[in-house]
Write a protein of this length. Structure first.
Length: 484
């Protein structure tokens, strides 16, 4: 989801990270999503993108990029901005001075690029993130993407003795796989999802981050007495809520509960852990601990209210530090935590967190210069480009390193500490990249959004979401995926 400018978010985030608009805006998303489904289904024919001839493979050009071929790169213009990508493009241009490179950035990925997929002339590299993210499951299921295995098996940009795949953080390659060995997506950012807050504000309450739900309610009650809401969230994009809710479900019931949800298994949403966590979040609404007006706020408005001290906690991804940099006070002391649990009966320890690749980059199957698109990614996965990204946008990348010599910002430092605390207890729910429409429009907007606004009870919401999941499981037009 990634850096999500109207998402994740996700992002790319979602998003994110990356990340759909409510009611009226729902129309903006759901209609293109359906037309994209049908367009992909009928796009197996022709196309007018003439493929670039292969270049000569050398030590400096291991992917055999045609050094005179045009390369087009379209970036999602979200919370991470575009400067990091522009810097990487300059390196491509330096390496291939005869090549014409076209770079552009947009928040409207789907509406801008859908017609070009239909016509068979997509760009060579796309950052497929944001509210108008194209459905990854559909793209993979309709053979619209290039397998990135050649990139992963190519020598890294820095060290010819190491393959690109050997320089990546754990789980990144697997995230790009949907069914079998091919790798369809390169998630560039490494996003820490969780509950974000001001350590200064928490200190002012004389509290530490609450590890169980009784403690969470106590902290929220204290905040309320001081005129501060306990929580806010992106009310218009309530699929942000799972950034803390999903890992809480995994903590309470075990990672197998999240796997069953991703697998669209019957009654997966009826697991006791789901009900316990839905009941806990609903209690925030019932006790008046949600910032008034939150259901009408978008991601920027909710983040601004939170940064202004109107609410203590917000579910989000690590792009929030950069996306809200202009409103977060210098002494805010930004921090992130893994979600609070229910109690000592939880299956996984406190610190269990959701962290995974964000900002999904793809090379279309019908790209004229797929080798060029992959080479641009190889450059971005170098140590220098990774450090540049981390320095400029305050987030980690898929490159396993890239922080040496960099003064970490408060949020980034807190994210690194959260990952260290989690150890092996890192969860990676796949709903948001396997079933984008189900995750955003149905589970998010129609399900959790209604519950957190007080318009549906947890029991009603679970029944509704299970129904949506069952529909998706039975829909033969959707390619289905399962945890291996």
């Amino acid at each position: 989801m990634g850096s999500t400018s109207a998402e994740n978010h996700g992002s790319s985030g979602v998003g994110r990270r990356a990340l759909i608009k409510r009611s009226a805006a729902l129309g903006l998303v759901s209609v293109p999503t359906m037309s994209f489904l049908s367009a992909c289904a009928s796009s197996g024919g022709g196309g007018n993108n003439e493929k670039a001839k292969a270049g000569k493979k050398t030590d400096k050009n291991p992917l055999g990029v045609n050094d005179t071929a045009r390369m087009e790169f379209v970036l999602f213009d979200g919370g991470f901005g575009k400067e990091y990508a522009e810097d990487a493009v300059k390196i491509y241009q330096k390496d291939f001075p005869k090549a014409q490179v076209k770079f552009s950035a947009t928040q409207k990925i789907q509406s801008t690029l859908q017609p070009r997929f239909n016509q068979g002339n997509p760009p060579d590299l796309i950052d497929n993130s944001g509210a108008e993210q194209m459905d990854m499951g559909v793209l993979v299921g309709k053979n619209q993407l290039t397998d990135l295995t050649p990139l992963l098996d190519a020598p890294s940009y820095d060290d010819p003795g190491k393959k690109v795949r050997d320089t990546l953080r754990p789980g990144i390659v697997e995230m790009g796989q949907f069914d079998g060995d091919p790798v369809w997506i390169m998630y560039y950012a490494y996003t820490v999802y969780g509950v974000w807050y001001s350590q200064k504000a928490l200190d002012s309450l004389g509290e530490e981050y609450p590890k169980d739900w009784d403690a969470m309610l106590r902290v929220c009650a204290k905040a309320k007495k001081k005129g501060m809401a306990g929580w806010t969230y992106a009310g218009k994009y309530p699929y942000y809520i799972p950034f803390s809710l999903y890992p809480m479900i995994g903590k309470v019931g075990g990672r197998e509960v999240l796997d069953a949800i991703d697998n669209l298994e019957p009654n997966a949403w009826k697991h006791p852990a789901v009900k316990a966590c839905f009941d806990a979040y609903y209690e925030l609404y019932q006790k008046g601990y949600i910032l008034k007006g939150t259901p009408g706020l978008d991601h920027i408005q909710s983040q601004t209210a939170w940064a202004e001290g109107k609410a203590l906690f917000i579910p989000n991804g690590s792009w929030v530090e950069n996306e809200s940099a202009n409103v977060i006070p210098a002494d805010f002391d930004l921090a992130v935590s893994a979600p609070s649990g229910i109690d000592s009966s939880d299956k996984m320890p406190f610190g269990t967190i959701w962290a995974s690749g964000g900002e999904p980059f793809i090379v279309p199957a019908k790209a004229a210069n797929a080798a060029g698109g992959m080479e641009q990614l190889r450059i971005m996965l170098s140590e220098a480009s990774s450090k540049n990204f981390t320095s400029k946008v305050k987030s980690l990348t898929a490159y396993n390193g890239g922080t040496d010599g960099i003064e970490l910002t408060p949020g980034l430092k807190s994210g690194v500490a959260a990952l260290e605390l989690a150890g092996d207890n890192v969860l990676n729910p796949r709903m948001q990249d396997w079933y984008v429409q189900l995750q955003k429009e149905k589970i998010g907007v129609a399900g959790l959004g209604e519950m957190m606004a007080g318009r549906a009870t947890p029991a009603e919401t679970i029944k509704k979401i299970q129904g949506y999941a069952d529909q998706a499981a039975k829909d033969s037009s959707i390619k289905h995926y399962k945890h291996q």
